[in-house]
Design a protein around this ligand. Sequence first.
Ligand code: ATP
Ligand code: MG
Length: 570
Amino acid sequence: MRLSQLLIPTLREVPAEAEIPSHTLMLKAAMMRKLASGVYIYLPLGKRVLKKIEEIVREEMDRAGAQEVLMPAIIPAELLKESGRWDVFGPEMFKLKDRNDREFCLGPTHEEVFTDLVRNEVKSYRQLPLTIYQIQTKYRDERRPRFGVMRSREFIMKDAYSFDVDWDGLDASFDKMYDAYCRIFDRCGLKYTVVEADSGAMGGKDSKEFMVTSSVGEAVIAYCDSCGYAANEEKAECTVEHKSDEEIKPLEKIYTPDVRTIDELVSYLDVKSDKFVKTLIYTYKDKVAAVLLRGDREVNTVKLANLLKVNENDIDFADEETVRSVTGANVGFAGPIGLKGDVLLIADAEVPMMKNIIVGANETDYHLKNTNYGRDFKADVVSDIRKVVDGDKCPRCGNPLKLERGIEVGHIFKLGTKYSDALGANYIDENGNEKPMIMGCYGIGLNRIAAAAIEQNHDDKGIIWPMSIAPYHAIVVPVNVSNDAQRNLAEKIYDELSKAGIETLIDDRDLRAGVKFNDADLLGIPIRITVGKKASDNIVELKLRRDENSIELNYDEVVNKVKELIINSI
Ligand code: ATP
Ligand code: MG
């Protein structure tokens, strides 16, 4: 392809909203443009990258024995009502009505549609196991679309679903997908970590996420260098220290006028925040829960939701009125002793291990000092509900955990019978008995892979594409197109490379060499062939985008050298 003809409006300046390198570079390198918040147009270069990723995903899915289908993006409401998810998705789901007032949504994911297909078409154990997948556009009205295509409202997902006769079968299907995912991300040139993820309160077994390590990742990973344990922040189990051996002291009521927050208490009483237990009042489905947590800790709302057997978005901080009615005090003085009404009291697992704790007194302007679990209060439930922090002990081996940021590019999940039960996806076993199919689901975000690859492969000049997903393998740059020798040799090389099946660009624009080199660096094409002054001697320069140095080659060596470089790097 000729750069003079390619639709490639590269930018010098980018809009301020591009906060991270991949977003900036995808705009600058003319891979994409924004149409609306979280909705993007792919220009030729961006489209080629997506196509490459798509092909890798497809090849590996096919290799793993999965069969490709294509589902509609428009899903009738009844299907999601059958599974109960019509309301669960909340505002993240784009809903619409047809001319007859029938409700639909734009599919945010397709568990129900695949389960519906299989319940109608698959009846016997002889037809199982079955794994089917699609590469298709998903719609999610994200609360905070940002970072370009990393978190967009329309994106391309590969979603696969496995159907097995039993749990052993599911384990085997899951393992196949796990291996396929590793191959996909390896082939895309990504460095990633596989972490344990939350599988929710409603059934489901193993859930694993593939995280591309990156400082701009929105997810947090906790991992242990010693034993290899790795989990996302939501799932990471927290360990508790042994009971403090401090002597138990008598309870005291202390006057703390207008001192409400942990920070205010810390400075008012001159005591460290880990001597306090805060009492957080939540509402969930018309009920109230009070959560006790060490002063310096944060609640993990996923753990809390699982404990309460509700969805995360069913949980909210209680309003002022509710706080007043259950504590009998103004906001800021809640405590575990003497809560009024029907309140579920939950203590984080650390709380019973603490001694002589400061808590709110459930009385405006007062706190209690030296309260002790067991002596002064007891919770209805004691459970791990806090967020992991850097240096926490690994739940497997006890060595310190480290925290790191990651971009979730893929997710594999043993669903079990969640959808087969809800939708009645049953099969007849060899004894004629009807049984629910055991399901797994497996998602990969294709656009997110492209962005994540840029995050891990760029420098201050631009993108450095891994060969496997680069929009073109090579770019031929004649330094001066008005020079006949340079232009002719460049054209000849371009021709030969193209004929050899190498995806090649030629920068045939009549521009200064510096501008062309900058563009080649920005676009991130892995191999650059520069045709300059030595063209009359048939000598050209070959440079890898990754390397600083270039080598000189005779023109007739170029095709073989480029082929070799491509083969060695894919
Ligand atoms: P996240 O926690 O980032 O919102 P998710 O848990 O909602 O992700 P899944 O429902 O598991 O994601 O979707 C499967 C894959 O689809 C993700 O691993 C990710 O690669 C991709 N994906 C999800 N949401 C988006 C989005 N808004 N934009 C781009 N890709 C997305
Ligand atoms: Mg999401």
